[in-house]
Each structure stands twice: as structure tokens, then as C-alpha cells.
Design a protein around this ligand. Structure first.
Ligand code: DP6
Length: 338
């Protein structure tokens, strides 16, 4: 039952995919063609509070203190419709959300955002959803959000059912499994904002990229190999696979018609620098990846972090380098009663 007037909060972190989700077999349900694998990050956080209130004329959404309208409000409202359908209510909601990092900066705010919204809205609606159901709910907002509910290393299995019941994320290993793993995020100065939502762009790839079918055949093997490398904390294998997967993702983007190019020259220079770092070391001591944005995530281990960071920092166009680690999953926050 909706707890009218009671505000419920939830906190989630962004995640970075080591194996990318790119392409759906069902657009309405957000069911992917392939499974994906991610690391949830520490330090970056979205906190969201939801209150269902029959006195409101319609849904309201305040992001980082600013009332939202247009697309951001519409996507929150459409997401809340899923929660209202499960809870069998029609009550409008007041949503406030805060990111401790720049929204829409290419740091996966939609993943942490919809994961936190799923947690907060379901609690405010009085629903006690078990983790798979919460993950399926978050998936309806943004595919990558279904992974952000869990900490550490997370796998999202594509599933085979048409209704998506077997399509949700689950934790593989907690953050404590590999605390010396570091994600150095090269923040690119003047990174352009995404021209089209990933959900739209990826379907262009499915329809037009001649490389997409091959990628789909490769991914299951890569996921199995990565899971083994993570289980054994085998850094060189994980980093080599991370680079191969990122290159495969970029290839299907570049061969999409019209092409999808998320990188700027500074991002490409970071990729080249990491290839040079590994060539100098004689083994993969670092692995790069990027999502549908210009910033580059470079995985390495504590032992090499300072040296790798210096090399990234020296690349022209890199504004700063964040050093992140595997972080914890979503958690409820205290709310306020009106
Ligand atoms: C490249 O599920 O985040 O980051 O909400 O439209 O941005 P939008 O889609 P989203 O797409 C993620 C695509 C990706 C790969 C990944 O995170 O697996």
C-alpha cells in the first residue's frame, strides 16, 4: 500500500561496463541481445527521495535543487507509472534527486539515477521487492540501471523469456574481492553531451552495423573468460579482455549508419597512451574502456596506479583523473515524514 506523505530514500552508485550492453530484442521491456558485466564504483552517488501525494496535481521532479520539466520529468513520470502499475495506485509523486557528480557528464548518471529511483519509489509505494524484481524494475528506466543496485562485480544475464522475468542483474563478487583494482577515470575537457539516448543509438547499430552479428557471437565467450579472470584476480587477462571488448563496442558504433562516434581526439589519445603503457611494460598492466561518451576509464592495480595516472594526466585535453575503486551496492536512506 502506498504510504501517502511518507518520503522514502535510496542511494546508488554508477557502474562501468567491462562487457557492454548494446542492442535490445524488446524495446518496451528493455531486454538485451547479450549479457553484460560491470563494476559498481565508489565515491560517486545518486540519492533520491520519493513521496506519493494525492494532493499533487501531477508528478514533480527536482534534480540537484532545480525543478525539472520536459524530457527529464517525462522519463521519471513514465518510470513511476511502472511502480504505480505494480502497486495498483494512480497517486502522483514528488521526486527529488541529488548527484554528487555532474549529471549527464558521461559518468552514467542514468544508471545510478534509475537504480536509486527504483529503490526509493518502490519503498515509498510500500512494495518490498526482492533484489531480482528491483533489478527488473530499474531496467525499465535504463538498461544499465539494473546493475547499479548491486555492489562490486555484477552480471546482467540477457535471459531468454519474452516477458523478461529472467532478465535481471545479480552480484558476482563483492567490492572486497579485489580492493586493489583501481579505475582511473580520465575526465575529458569539454566532453560533448550525448546527442541521442543510448537506448535509441544502440538500435541503430542493431539494424545497420555489419559487425553486430559477429560481436554477439563473441560476447558470451568474453564474459566467461572475464568471470574467470575476476575470480582469480588475474589483472593482465582482465585488462586485455577489457580492451578487446571496448574495441569491439567501438567498432560496432563506428560501423553504424550514420556512424556513432562518442570519442574526441583527447579520448583517443588516452587509448593510445594505454596501449603504449602496456607495450612499455611488456604486459597488460592497464585496460581501457569507455561508454557512449568521451571520458575514458582505465583499470589498473594499486601497484601501477601512480605511474599510469601520470601518463594519463600528461595527455593533452585530459582535465583531471578520478581514482575510483569497486564500490558498494544500493541502500535505503532515511526519509522524512510530512
Ligand atoms: C554503452 O542503459 O545507460 O553504457 O539510459 O539510454 O543512456 P540510456 O542507456 P543505458 O545504455 C548503456 C550503454 C553503455 C553500455 C553499458 O553500460 O553496458
Amino acid at each position: 500500500m502506498v504510504r501517502a506523505g511518507v518520503e522514502a530514500g535510496y542511494e546508488c552508485a554508477p557502474n562501468i561496463a567491462l562487457v557492454k550492453y548494446w542492442g535490445v530484442r524488446d524495446e518496451a521491456l528493455g531486454l538485451p541481445f547479450n549479457g553484460s558485466l560491470s563494476v559498481t564504483l565508489d565515491r560517486l552517488r545518486t540519492r533520491t527521495w520519493v513521496r506519493f501525494d494525492p494532493a499533487l496535481p501531477s508528478d514533480q521532479f527536482v534534480l540537484n535543487g532545480a525543478p525539472q520539466s520536459g524530457n527529464p520529468l517525462r522519463s521519471v513520470s513514465e518510470f513511476l507509472d511502472n511502480v504505480r502499475a505494480i502497486a495498483r495506485v494512480e497517486t502522483p509523486a514528488f521526486v527529488r534527486s541529488e548527484n554528487n557528480f555532474q549529471t549527464a557528464s558521461g559518468l552514467a548518471s542514468s544508471a545510478s539515477g534509475f537504480a536509486a529511483l527504483a529503490g526509493a519509489a518502490s519503498r515509498a509505494a510500500g512494495l518490498e521487492l526482492p533484489p531480482p524484481a528491483l533489478s527488473r524494475l530499474a531496467r525499465l528506466g535504463s538498461g544499465s540501471a539494473c546493475r547499479s543496485l548491486f555492489g562490486g562485480f555484477v552480471e546482467w544475464r540477457a535471459g531468454t523469456r519474452a516477458d523478461g522475468r529472467d532478465c535481471f542483474a545479480r552480484p558476482l563478487f563483492p567490492p572486497s574481492h579485489w580492493p586493489s583494482l583501481v579505475d582511473l577515470v580520465a575526465i575529458i575537457a569539454d566532453a560533448p553531451t550525448k546527442p541521442v539516448r543510448s537506448a535509441v543509438a544502440m538500435q541503430r547499430t542493431v539494424v545497420t552495423s555489419p559487425e553486430y552479428a559477429r560481436r554477439l557471437r563473441e560476447v558470451p565467450r568474453r564474459i566467461r573468460a572475464m568471470k574467470r579472470a575476476i575470480a582469480g584476480r588475474d589483472a593482465p587477462t582482465l585488462f586485455a579482455l577489457t580492451i578487446a571488448e571496448c574495441d569491439s563496442f567501438r567498432l560496432v558504433c563506428e560501423t553504424t549508419d550514420p556512424p556513432l562516434d562518442y570519442l574526441v581526439p583527447a579520448s583517443r589519445a588516452v587509448l593510445a597512451e594505454i596501449r603504449a603503457v602496456n607495450a612499455d611494460a611488456g604486459s597488460a598492466i592497464a585496460g581501457y574502456t569507455h561508454d557512449a561518451g568521451a571520458h575514458v576509464h582505465v583499470f589498473t592495480t594499486r601497484r601501477h596506479a601512480n605511474a599510469v595516472r601520470r601518463r594519463i594526466r600528461a595527455v593533452a585535453g585530459v582535465e583531471k583523473v578520478l581514482a575510483l575503486s569497486p564500490g558498494s551496492g544500493g541502500r535505503p536512506l532515511g526519509g522524512r515524514s510530512r
